[in-house]
Design a protein. Structure first.
Length: 339
């Protein structure tokens, strides 16, 4: 229904524009807004279509070097990223980064953001060394320009920590995670969402180090604080519940994991709909827990639903769709992406 409403509005908008002969450039912002709403409601492919239209129009009207054109390219790259089209995202992000270096210089915040975006894509392509190279440059430049305590510098440190984690360098990850957490506690307070993010990152590192009790302690704090500060329905609160469920899973406390996973799945269905990627992740996590509890029929039912929905929403070649097919074959991984 939501998709049909947006499509109808866009069609009527195009008809009205044609009748009045209004220039195309005045409708870019409207299309960008619609694309964002479609994305937020899990209609990522429809968002992609609009993003491409906006980018093509801006290239034609403004040229390839205009800041608005580069922003449109970055938006499309982000949509590709969420569709698992990481090679397409990389191509656009390199163009955006190179243009911003040329036009704005290597130290400009927008240039550093473009470098950070490309690094995130390299992470998803498992090209961690290339991601690390960019992230070190971003971190060092932000330290130099903004100082070690600036939020953007701390974000850069957190990104580098995530790459070190993917490289299996958990001790280096832990060092950065603790620095970021301590700085955010000092500057923002213990209840600030960014501080809670840092605590969650450190907990994830403890998970990777097999220090599940330490991870659990932090994750309970994060979950409780997010419920208090953000509310029980906030995406970050639900993410904290997913992370704690994963730790219970690793501690073989499957019943406690199940309780949290059902809450997350039900909330995401209610808030996002049954087709949203985040809802499907929650269903996949619960299926993996049922598998470990020996409740194979319930696991299979969920796995089939997840696979069919991911094929429809993300396409047959998306990494999450392929993982759903593997899950149905009995090769569960846990947890899936918690976002």
């Amino acid at each position: 229904m939501l998709q049909n409403i947006f499509t109808t509005h866009l069609q009527k908008n195009q008809q009205y524009r044609s009748s009045l002969k209004i220039p195309e450039e005045y409708y870019d912002d409207l299309y960008v807004a619609f694309a964002h709403i479609l994305y937020e409601n899990g209609k990522i492919r429809e968002a992609e279509t609009l993003d491409i239209q906006v980018m093509d129009k801006r290239k034609k009207l403004l040229g390839t070097d205009h800041p608005d054109t580069l922003n449109a390219m970055a938006n499309l790259a982000a949509t590709y990223w969420n569709l698992g089209k990481y090679s397409e995202a990389e191509t656009l992000e390199i163009q955006v980064m190179d243009k911003k270096k040329e036009v704005l210089g290597t130290y400009h915040p927008d240039t550093l953001n473009a470098m950070a975006n490309l690094a995130a894509t390299y992470q998803n392509l498992s090209r961690y060394s290339e991601a690390e190279t960019l992230e070190i440059q971003v971190m060092d430049k932000r330290k130099e320009v903004l100082g070690t305590d600036h939020p953007h510098t701390l974000n850069a440190m957190a990104n580098l920590a995530a790459t070190h984690q993917n490289l299996g360098r958990y001790s280096e990850t832990e060092t950065l995670d603790i620095q970021v957490m301590d700085k955010r506690k000092e500057m923002l307070g213990t209840d600030h969402p960014h501080t809670l993010d840092a605590m969650a990152n450190l907990a994830a590192t403890y998970q990777n180090l097999g220090r599940y009790s330490e991870a659990k302690t932090l994750e309970i704090q994060v979950m409780d604080k997010r419920k208090e500060v953000l509310g029980t329905d906030h995406p970050h609160t639900l993410e904290a519940m997913v992370n704690l469920a994963a730790t219970y899973w690793n501690l073989d406390r499957y019943s406690e994991a199940e309780t949290l996973e059902i809450q997350v799945m039900d909330k995401r269905k209610e808030l996002l709909g049954t087709d949203h990627p985040h809802t499907l992740n929650a269903m996949a996590n619960l299926a993996a827990t049922y598998q470990n509890l020996g409740r194979y029929s319930e696991a299979e039912t969920l796995d089939i639903q997840v696979m069919d929905k991911r094929k429809k929403v993300l396409g047959t070649n998306h990494p999450h769709t392929l993982q759903a097919m593997a899950n149905l074959a009995g090769f569960h991984t846990y947890p899936t992406q918690s976002y």
